[in-house]
Design a protein around this ligand. Structure first.
Ligand SMILES: Cc1cc2nc3c(=O)[nH]c(=O)nc-3n(C[C@H](O)[C@H](O)[C@H](O)COP(=O)(O)OP(=O)(O)OC[C@H]3O[C@@H](n4cnc5c(N)ncnc54)[C@H](O)[C@@H]3O)c2cc1C
Length: 404
């Protein structure tokens, strides 16, 4: 097939070292604030004291909002409600970046809480319908059903009568959410979770893909490339979609909770589903990007990554296949407050970019915030990536102010 000729020169060239574009959305005082926060997180002992105190406060029910909301919450979350998050949505939107409102409430156990999550996600879908700054919606299936039931469903174990009813509720809730996504034309990204609950999620998502992705991808699966079985899974799914006539929507990530996966496999004595090393994860991540671009007539993807090499590799694959930078089937995505130097520069070069924007009551977002804090701690004495980018931009601004 002859490739269409794309004039790539119509888009500004991509550079991840263009700090002025990367941080243009932050005023001097906001940049100073981020600098102090990332400097704090960069010190392992400070992060470790901070997260231990947060854990204690969580367990003992000590209110923490006063300390967390004006600091770490402000950098990594949109707000406590959808309404509060709209300022961040707008700020991303004016820079050509879409917001994926992520109702970040974890560890729910009660039916009433699952119902609240469903209502919240449907509200986001309805809001997104008329707001171009919110291109898609997302869901963690563990937000609408208990982990215990998901694990049982994944293992194929016999369910009790009450569990059978709960499983029906899950099915109905998930169907209503997918139906809302379809009716409003707003794609739904379904997050990937721990391997021992993922099979049940995969089955739910595949069924909904077959139902709603006839014309375009509305329901998106997520694959974690730190699992050694995901590349063959993805290949089979594309073949199945082509055979049965439904489009594939895929968010591609490396995967969170690596230690949890390895520890559990060791404790329970089964082979770990995780790749032998980081290089193998990177290899499969990039292979899945290649597979996607080669099947771009049938597949729509979101490359959820903070890895520069993978993002650049995807842009190279797009050039090879003659795809324009803003090809509607390809999104690059990062987390809010992370890798702005990638998101803002990709958007400035015409690529489709979105950021996961978590929101929810401060207490409920604490586990998410603790993960972000740990991730931004310096590794082996090196300066954390985010921190070093902010330091560079501060240097650039102070030099620029002397050059007038
Ligand atoms: C928009 C977006 C959506 C996301 N959605 C999900 C989701 O639905 N489910 C989910 O699980 N995660 C999700 N994540 C998190 C993601 O899986 C990664 O944890 C995170 O993005 C770090 O990986 P990276 O590609 O950015 O880059 P890198 O920093 O290059 O890679 C770090 C990752 O490499 C892998 N890795 C590290 N060491 C090893 C090792 N020794 N052996 C094998 N692999 C190793 C791990 O997956 C680790 O997280 C999402 C991230 C983004 C940006």
């Amino acid at each position: 097939m002859e490739k269409p000729h794309i004039n790539h020169s119509e888009f500004p060239p991509l550079s991840f070292r263009d700090f002025s574009t990367a941080f243009a959305h932050l005023s001097d005082s906001e940049l100073r604030f981020s600098y102090w926060l990332f400097r704090f997180m960069n010190k392992e002992w400070m992060t470790s004291i901070g997260t231990s105190m947060a854990e204690l406060a969580l367990n003992w029910g000590i209110p923490l909002s006063w300390a967390v909301k004006p600091t770490i919450f402000r950098v990594f979350c949109g707000g406590e409600t959808i309404l509060e998050s709209l300022r961040a949505v707008e700020k991303l939107g004016v820079n050509g970046i879409g917001a994926i409102l992520d109702y970040s409430v974890e560890g729910q156990e009660k039916e009433s809480e699952f119902g609240k999550t469903e209502t919240e996600i449907v509200r986001i879908i309805q809001l997104a319908k008329d707001n171009t700054s919110i291109p898609v919606s997302c869901i963690k299936v563990s937000g609408i059903v208990s982990n215990v039931l998901l694990e049982k469903l994944s293992s194929g174990a016999e369910l009790t009568d009450s569990e059978k009813i709960a499983a029906q509720h899950l099915q109905q809730r998930f169907e209503r959410i997918c139906q809302a996504a379809y009716d409003n034309g707003v794609p739904l990204y379904v997050d990937a979770e721990e391997s021992w609950i993922q099979d049940a999620i995969d089955r739910l998502v595949e069924t909904m893909m077959a139902r709603y992705n006839q014309d375009k991808a509305i329901i998106f699966q997520t694959i974690q490339m730190f699992r050694h079985d995901r590349l063959p899974y993805y290949k089979d799914l594309i073949a199945k979609g082509r055979r049965e006539g439904f489009k594939i929507g895929m968010k591609i990530v490396r995967g969170a909770y690596l230690d949890k996966e390895n520890d559990r496999a060791k404790e329970k004595g089964y082979p770990t589903p995780i790749q032998p090393d980081k290089a193998a994860t990177d290899r499969d991540y990039n292979a899945s990007l290649k597979l996607s671009v080669e099947n771009i007539d049938w597949v729509e993807i979101c490359a959820g990554t903070h890895n520069e090499e993978s993002a650049i590799y995807l842009t190279e694959l797009m050039v090879e296949q003659g795809l324009q930078n803003n090809h509607p089937h390809i999104y690059f995505s990062q987390l809010y407050g992370m890798s702005d130097y990638m998101s803002f520069n990709l958007a400035a070069s015409g690529y489709n970019v979105s950021k996961y924007l978590p929101y929810g009551p401060v207490k409920a977002t604490l586990p998410y915030l603790m993960r972000r804090a740990k991730e931004n701690t310096a590794i082996a004495g090196q300066m954390g990536k985010e921190y070093s980018m902010i330091v560079n931009e501060r240097k650039r601004r102070s030099t620029a102010s002397f050059e007038i």
